[in-house]
Design a protein around this ligand. Structure first.
Ligand SMILES: Cc1cc2nc3c(=O)[nH]c(=O)nc-3n(C[C@H](O)[C@H](O)[C@H](O)COP(=O)(O)O)c2cc1C
Ligand code: SF4
Length: 539
């Protein structure tokens, strides 16, 4: 029997098994919820099921992130009841309430805008499948895209499909994924590599970690399809060592995929061979920059180098290398399954599909969301996020992490897409979204991000090494009320200089937080100066 059919049979058998179970209880086992009671909620639920002899009727399943981390630990029953802030002590009541009325004191709702306003492609399995079960992934269309690509498509057709989808890189820059794949595919070399960038260094960002923890096979599938399309034999996932749960689940997924002929030699009985290894990063933000990342994989110090040459021509050990972000790979399987046109029908003209954001800051519903491109900031903040906490009111939203900027409340109706955010002086970035209310000083926000860039600068080039430190010192003097208009002018000059002369994206974008807060909140800077204009101090 061809391997493709074998996969189909396993998937069907698992679907039938799941359909035969009367109740499915899903317990969030992502890092956020686990941090409170470890796996004790799942164990307590399983014990109750056993105590009542319900093993054949009730399945208790550990799943990945459900998104609304603010009210975790979360548990769902049969996909339509959501329980919040669950403890192991609640297990008995939850099991006894099956077939009866839900437990009122724990009851939340899946009907709220937080869930209803989202559109899930990348996170379609998060909170649904067991990240440690290949069968569950297969039952949810897992590896169907790889199987389809190998059985029905030539490598060039796969690349064309990705190009048609309009997918752009989710790691920050928004480079067209199809174009990158085509460049690597065209490079002439017997050896090529595929790399998944899971370094995720932005403060507050946890999109990639969550995808790896919740749906690791999805990344392996996306990378294997990429390997087939560009002609690579080997892939690396570069993940920071601070993500132990993501690493453990990824390791498990790789082991199981190898055993099932989904990785390794002659995948699914074809001539395509591809394997994936994990490389751990030590948590340096700069190692997310692609040339630094490659140096780190090669065992060298993670310093960026000038580009060109680009990784597509001259990557790992000098060979053509495809580097994409976790979320980029997470979009690949659905695009191959449903077609590039389907993906291109979601989002805006130049920003297709969806984007995952880690919603944080002074907002009610903190957590992980996935929204169609083109949704407005207002819809995210007010509807999905439930508005700001406290009475102070919405002031700004910071997007794009240390490379991004702050967008003030006046622009809350801006659509979220690559170009609109850039026009406002911020950027999409990898998906950090921090909501700031009127109690916060924007100079403090700028200083926070500058301190981050200063400490994460690798020091290789002077404009960034010295520039970030000088800019930080100037911001420090401004916040302490010790600076003058001359200092502010010097700060602006340094922003310009650092942005234009630094070697890599870290230094080039380090001034963004200052530049964008100066653009929209200049009066806050002026009000702190010793020789501030009278009208500034009055405001
Ligand atoms: C300082 C710095 C840090 C970066 N960190 C990351 C990161 O953590 N994850 C990531 O995917 N891309 C990061 N990038 C962007 C990568 O260099 C690269 O563009 C990206 O991985 C390409 O994947 P994509 O096309 O799928 O977005 C970083 C860039 C810079 C300049
Ligand atoms: S810009 Fe900063 S992080 Fe990048 S190479 Fe120069 S010193 Fe290193």
């Amino acid at each position: 029997m061809p391997m493709h059919e074998e996969l189909h049979e396993i998937a069907t058998a698992e679907q039938e098994r799941q359909a035969s179970v009367k109740h499915c209880i899903r317990v969030c086992m992502a890092a956020g919820c686990l941090s409170q009671h470890k796996d004790r909620i799942k164990i307590a639920l399983q014990e109750q099921v056993q105590a009542l002899g319900l093993e054949h009727d009730v399945e208790v399943k550990g799943v990945g992130c459900m998104g609304l981390c603010a009210i975790g630990p979360l548990v769902t029953v049969d996909g339509d009841i959501l329980y919040e802030q669950v403890t192991p002590e609640d297990a008995e009541d939850i099991i006894k309430a099956l077939d009866k009325k839900p437990v009122k004191r724990l009851l939340s709702s899946l009907e709220i805008p937080f869930f209803q306003r989202q559109e899930r492609i990348v996170l379609e399995n998060s909170g649904i499948v067991d990240p440690e079960s290949l069968e569950d992934y297969l039952a949810h269309d897992g590896y169907a895209a790889l199987s389809k690509a190998l059985a029905e498509m030539m490598p060039g057709e796969v690349t064309e499909e990705i190009t048609r989808s309009g997918l752009r890189g989710r790691g920050g820059g928004g480079y067209p994924t199809g174009l990158k794949w085509t460049t690597v595919a065209k490079a002439i070399s017997d050896t090529k590599y595929v790399v998944c960038n899971a370094d995720e260094g932005d403060p507050g960002a946890f999109m990639d970690r969550s995808v790896l923890e919740s749906d690791p096979h999805r990344i392996l599938e996306g990378m294997a399809i990429a390997g087939y399309a560009v002609g690579a034999q080997r892939g690396y996932v570069y993940v920071r060592a601070e993500y132990p749960l993501a690493i453990e689940r990824l390791k498990n997924a790789i082991r199981v995929a190898r055993r099932s002929n989904l990785l390794g030699p002659n995948i699914l009985g074809t001539e395509f061979s591809f394997d994936i290894d994990i490389r751990l990063g030590a948590g340096a933000f700069v190692c997310g920059e692609e040339t630094a990342l490659m140096a780190s994989i090669e065992g060298k110090r993670g310093n960026p180098r000038p580009r060109p040459p680009y990784p597509a021509d001259h990557g790992l050990w000098g060979f053509p290398t495809l580097i994409n972000n976790v979320e980029t790979y997470a979009n690949i399987a659905p695009i191959i399954r449903k077609g590039g046109d389907w993906f291109a029908s979601i989002g805006t003209e130049k920003s297709k599909g969806t984007k995952v954001f880690a919603l944080a800051g002074q907002i009610r519903n903190t957590g992980l969301i996935e929204v169609p491109m083109g949704i407005t900031l207002r819809e995210i903040v007010e509807e999905i996020g439930g508005g700001t906490t406290g009475e102070a009111g919405f002031k700004a939203v910071q997007t794009g992490g240390p490379s991004g900027g702050c967008i003030p409340g006046d622009y809350i109706d801006t659509p979220v897409d690559y170009d609109s955010l850039r026009e406002l002086g911020s950027m999409m970035g990898s998906g950090g979204m921090i909501v700031i209310d009127n109690t916060s000083s924007m100079v403090d926000v700028a200083q926070y991000f500058m301190e981050f860039c200063m400490s994460e600068s690798c020091g290789k080039c002077i404009p960034c090494r010295v520039g970030t430190a000088q800019m930080y010192n100037l911001l420090d003097r401004i916040t302490k009320g010790q600076a003058t208009t001359k200092d502010l002018a010097l700060l602006e000059e340094l922003c310009d200089l650092t942005a234009n002369t630094s070697l890599c994206g870290l230094g080039q974008s380090a001034p963004n937080a200052v530049v964008s807060t100066l653009r929209y909140f200049r009066e806050e800077y002026l009000a702190k100066l010793l020789d501030a204009p009278v009208e500034a101090t009055a405001s």
